[in-house]
Design a protein around this ligand. Structure first.
Ligand code: SAM
Length: 314
């Protein structure tokens, strides 16, 4: 694991408010392109693969009649997965209100929905959700897909995020998610020659250009506020933060969350594709099998950026 020898990036209140605004703006500004346009994307298989990973997490940890909190829900890419899991109630929150509006519209038009839902446009890393909810409402599962790392801008944000995860999660409840694997990112950037602070391929790149210098490549990655620019073709282009795993796991523990599962996307693929149901799903959604439909090498490499996790509330 990379360590925290150099302390940098002391943010002022205004800086952090600005960056949440930037993230919200980035996601709000992304147009809703529709199914046809999405099919033309260079990362169509990668998108399907990411959905496959999320389906696995949801199928393994979300049960029928559960109440679920989707924090950082975006446009509601997981609505159908929750419908398939036959949940009873969904609480969804995102700082990007345009995305949230789109999710509400998707929910409205969802067929055969077995569940009720409530939506909150809010900064989940600054504001607590509990006071907005019915006093008796408890979550059986909290899902944070591809969004937790934005909280690692500051310790305070990471704590507020964890408070939101844990405060209404019942004991035995699950906290599942996906996020970039900071250990792998740091390893990759350290492999680069002197003076080079970025890596990637034609569909993604990660760039520490303005954040680290050579002497810091060895030990200058901080536990919070360690910023890089992430670009993913047709998807993301905004500042993100490394999540120092040991710090995250230790903090989660102090909120009563015990780690029960952690794998990077390549490991998870290796194991889960052997399971009958998940292997079949992978073929059905077109990630593997026939018709030149396999994911490209470059998409596989981009997939390795991420890891998946599950915690249980004690
Ligand atoms: N979870 C969705 C999915 O898997 O399709 C969306 C993932 S998108 C890559 C990241 C989401 O995190 C964006 O919708 C963004 O607005 C949201 N997000 C980032 N910072 C947030 C914050 N402080 N509070 C709530 N949502 C946030």
């Amino acid at each position: 694991d990379y360590s925290n020898k150099v302390s940098r990036n002391h943010y002022t209140h205004n800086d952090t408010a600005k960056s949440a605004h930037l993230v919200a703006k980035h996601y709000n500004d992304r147009p809703e392109v529709g199914v046809e346009k999405r099919k033309e994307s260079k990362i169509i298989r990668l998108r399907s693969f990411n959905n496959w990973i999320k389906s696995i997490l949801i199928q393994r940890h979300v049960r029928q009649r559960n109440t679920v909190f989707d924090m950082g829900c975006g446009k509601g890419g997981d609505l159908i997965k929750f419908a398939k899991a036959r949940i009873r109630h969904l609480v969804a929150a995102d700082v990007a209100h345009v995305s949230l509006d789109q999710m509400q519209e998707r929910y409205r038009t969802l067929r055969n929905k077995s569940f009720s839902a409530e939506f909150y446009a809010m900064d989940c890393y600054k504001e607590l959700i509990a006071p907005k909810l019915h006093p008796n409402l408890q979550f059986d599962a909290v899902s944070m897909q591809f969004c937790l790392h934005y909280a690692f801008e500051t310790e305070e944000k990471a704590r507020t995020m964890l408070e939101n995860v844990s405060s209404r999660l019942r004991s035995g409840g699950r906290f599942i998610g996906t996020m970039p694997d900071a250990n792998w990112i740091v390893k990759r950037v350290r492999e680069q020659p002197k003076g080079v602070y970025k890596f990637g391929n034609s569909i993604y790149h990660i760039d520490f250009e303005d954040t680290i210098k050579d002497e810091e490549k060895k030990e200058g990655f901080t536990k919070f506020g360690c910023k890089y620019m992430f670009h993913l073709e047709d998807a993301v282009d905004c500042p993100e933060y490394l999540v120092h795993w040991p710090t995250f796991e230790r903090m989660a523990k102090s909120y009563g969350l015990k780690l029960i599962f952690k794998q990077d996307f390549h490991e998870l693929y290796k194991d889960a594709s052997q399971e009958k149901d998940f292997g079949w799903l992978l073929e059905r959604i077109g990630v593997v099998g026939g018709n030149n439909s396999e994911m490209s090498e470059e998409e596989w490499e981009a997939a390795r950026v991420y890891l998946a996790f599950a915690f249980e509330k004690m």
